[in-house]
Design a protein around this ligand. Sequence first.
Ligand code: TMP
Length: 241
Amino acid sequence: MEKKEQLYEGKAKKVYATADPDKVIVSYKDDATAFNGLKKGTIVGKGVINNKMTNMMMKMLEKKGIPTHFVEELDDRDTVVKKVQIVPLEVIIRNVAAGSFSKRYGVPEGTAFKSPTIEFSYKNDDLGDPLINDYHALALGLATEDEIETIKKMAFAVNDAMKQFFSHLNIDLIDFKLEFGRFHGQIVLADEISPDTCRFWEAGTWDTTHHTSLDKDRFRRDLGGVEDAYKEIFKRLTEGE
Ligand code: TMP
């Protein structure tokens, strides 16, 4: 399958049309941004790792009965996916307090939750992806009630599958962001699952005073060792195959 015209360029990926109106090709870049594009940089090799890792995750989730947009990996950076209409919600699942949750609610990073949480952000760069609730999403017509229920169930199912998967790699899945799309009326998991969109902490080494991040927080927070963290995650993923 070949790339036709470029349809869209995002912060981390480009999307191309194909000869099939139901399929597009996503091409992963090494560009990294944080804080809604305010901080910009390059993480060398990130595009290859995020492409391959996302595809591994999508295949693993399909096996668990979760429908995804994945079709076929073409090469190191390019993958054919179903052409979905993205639901403009960032769906965030958290197992442990970190990042914006810790800031907003004054809970130290590394505080484990009694049960996982879910939150939605309205996907809108001009507004800085503001937090919204189900009723806001319904009121604004961003998704139907059925779609929101499906998205919640799928997001928690993804969490169960991923937590288990990463525990075998000695990595704790702290939180992550998902996006969903509509494909011929069905909600499917879309976008990516990578160190850009998940917090991964080295297992068993963290509490509320310290943790070792193996994800994009190393870039967001200028911790150094950014490329090495992506490589380490990818190494464990491929060793575990
Ligand atoms: P947060 O704590 O900053 O809200 O981030 C929660 C999770 O969502 C974290 O794993 C990183 C991911 N995330 C994205 O994928 N894209 C974003 O734009 C932001 C802000 C977070």
